[in-house]
Ligand binder design. Structure first.
Ligand code: CP
Length: 327
């Protein structure tokens, strides 16, 4: 097929001047760019509180949300972000698109590009789908990865970093535990890359052995299969959903048993102290990865994460298709 230049996602997402052309992964994303995204998001955050929640930056541009997997937070916050930047927004639900009649992803992309779309926001169940689309994109068409299989969810990691930075600006002092279904989690991978780039003091991953990827240490994290040992002394607990839709075979005894062994309970959070922070990308499963009472407790940043998703997505879109020529 024409267009695939054989570049890795980290290489393909930057242009020849080192600026963002697509956003496919936080792996290999240079620190200066990552910090620039967070700082740009901080500039856009006040738009949410303005009487008219709109700025004209992307007027006349077209953003297409192409979602092949279910989503509440990511799809709606991408749509809101694009609309607050004054872009025209189209939403395609893959279930009712012509891919359900046998059209390939490649042909669908060509068809949509013929409508002069400027940006695709893609969520897909297959790792590498956004990379594939970016590799075949027409000149000037950008691709944002909104989550591909187990591989990456870069805007989730960026909004997580933005949220963390608002509460704990010195990442060198941070001890973070990422807990749950590490094996199937694109969020865990993207968060680990971003945390390392920002110099987090210590990153732990906690999971049952059946949900712990072998060789995870190579990402610069310390694995634990005992929840209480892994949590001891951490400042931030990032919880993950059990991704039953990606599990093959019986990797877990039951959700109740998982909660007893790996759930964040009030007792476990109390042991960490009142300053410990709780994060979760959502959707949450109450009584499985966390006790329901903790979801919106004072120590929980879960709804702030959702809110910050809009500013982060505005920032990424603005940095890619909001630049004026030569800037
Ligand atoms: N965090 C996240 O990706 O949520 P959605 O699946 O609802 O988009």
């Amino acid at each position: 097929m024409p267009g695939d230049r054989g570049l890795t996602p980290a290489e393909l997402q930057l242009d020849e001047r080192g600026r963002l052309r697509h956003l496919l992964t936080t792996e290999g994303l240079p620190r200066e760019l990552l910090v620039e995204i967070l700082d740009t998001a901080a500039q856009f955050a006040p738009v949410a509180g303005a009487p008219v929640k709109k700025v004209p930056l992307l007027r006349g541009r077209t953003v297409l949300n192409l979602f092949f997997e279910a989503s509440t937070r990511t799809r709606t916050t991408f749509e809101l972000a694009a609309k607050r930047l004054s872009a025209d927004v189209l939403n395609i639900d893959a279930q009712t698109s012509s891919t359900s009649k046998g059209e390939t992803l490649f042909d669908m992309q060509r068809t949509l590009e013929a409508m002069q779309v400027d940006m695709f926001v893609v969520r897909h169940g297959s790792s590498g789908a956004a990379h594939f689309i970016a590799g075949h994109a027409a000149p000037g068409v950008a691709v944002l990865n909104a989550g591909d299989g187990r591989h990456a969810h870069p805007t989730q990691a960026l909004l997580d970093m933005y949220t963390l930075r608002a509460h704990r600006p010195d990442f060198r002092q941070l001890r973070v535990a990422i807990v749950g279904d590490i094996l199937h989690s694109r969020v865990a991978r993207s968060d680990i890359h971003a945390l390392r780039t920002l110099g987090a003091g210590e990153i732990r991953v906690i999971a049952p052995s059946t949900l712990m990827p072998s060789g995870i240490e190579t990402l610069g994290v310390t694995p634990y299969t005992d929840m209480d040992a892994g949590l001891a002394g951490v400042d931030v607990v990032m919880l993950l959903r059990l991704q039953r839709e990606r599990m093959r075979g019986s990797l877990l005894a039951s959700p109740g048993e998982f909660h007893r062994a790996f759930g964040l309970t009030e007792k476990r959070l109390a042991a960490l102290g009142p300053d410990a922070l709780v994060m979760h990308p959502g959707p949450i499963n109450r009584g499985v990865e966390l006790a329901g009472e903790l979801a919106y407790s004072p120590q929980s940043l879960i709804l702030q994460q959702v809110e910050h998703g809009i500013a982060i997505r505005m920032a990424v879109m603005a940095m890619i298709i909001g630049r004026t020529e030569g800037a």
